[in-house]
Design a binder for this molecule. Structure first.
Ligand code: AMP
Length: 247
């Protein structure tokens, strides 16, 4: 957090307008919300290209930390393995530090954070402290039964190519089209773990829908549409937001 004023100060030095006024027209601070399997990662990939934003996905950050055996990874592992959320105090500092970095000074795309009301409060307060604000919260809505079908049918190759037994099957059952390796089901895509992750989502993350709706920041998207349709809709919405902001 200590970095925030410094970053803003550097920007203001290149401009004749005050930092706050400048960021009001140029920043795009976006949050993706939705249940596991809603397609947030797929959309994030496209949106970061569309708008040139740095992307912070707490799930990826935590999985990397676990793989590397860092202090953060050690703290997070047992919660992640159980399908629970890691404690707020573990994750909040990580994200606030990322958002205070130079690369996030003109905007960011968050995926998987905030995931609880205390996390949302901490984010809002930290941004407000430095005169920044959230531009929009993008909710990708998908009913539970669709999620369970999507995730339980997901299979991955050794190299990480993703298939679906019904929607995107390989040419030869159980084998990757590209390298012939055996397709496997990820542990957290097993039906019982999916149900646990969905329960945690409804219990702890869904309250954020009302939270951000009450702040007039929420935009809803129908995540049962094709990825291209969802992307077109989000891109148009964000482009409009930015235009409105610049007027
Ligand atoms: P994801 O890939 O977003 O589904 O995240 C995988 C796991 O990382 C979750 O099941 C949680 O254990 C943990 N995690 C990711 N983001 C957060 C967060 N904002 N707060 C707490 N735990 C998180």
């Amino acid at each position: 957090m200590a970095d925030f004023p410094e970053v803003r100060g550097q920007q203001a030095a290149h401009s004749n307008v005050p930092a706050i006024a400048e960021q009001a027209v140029s920043e795009l601070n976006l949050i993706l919300v939705g249940p596991p399997g809603a397609g947030k990662g797929t959309q994030a990939e496209k949106l970061t290209e569309d708008f040139g934003l740095p992307y912070y996905a707490t799930g990826n950050i935590l999985r990397d930390a676990v793989a590397q055996g860092t202090e953060l990874g050690k703290k997070a592992k047992e919660y992640m393995d159980a399908g629970d959320l890691v404690p707020d105090e573990v994750i909040i500092g990580v994200i606030l530090e990322a958002l205070a970095s130079d690369e996030a000074a003109e905007g960011f795309l968050l995926d998987g954070f905030p995931r609880t009301v205390p996390q949302a409060d901490a984010l809002g307060a930290a941004l407000q402290d430095v005169g920044r604000k959230i531009s929009a919260v993008l909710l990708i809505d998908v009913p539970d039964e669709v999620i369970v079908k999507r995730l339980s049918g997901r299979r991955v190759s050794r190299a990480g190519r993703v298939y679906h037994v019904d929607f995107d099957p390989p040419k030869q059952e159980g084998r990757c089209d590209l390298d012939g390796s055996e397709l496997i089901q990820r542990d957290d895509d097993k039906p019982e773990t999916i149900r646990k992750r969905l329960a945690v989502y409804h219990d702890q993350t869904e309250p954020l829908v009302d939270y951000y709706e009450g702040r007039n920041l929420l935009r809803r998207f129908d995540g049962t549409r094709t990825p291209t349709e969802v992307h077109d809709h989000i891109r148009a919405t964000v482009a409009t937001l930015r235009l409105e902001d610049e007027l």
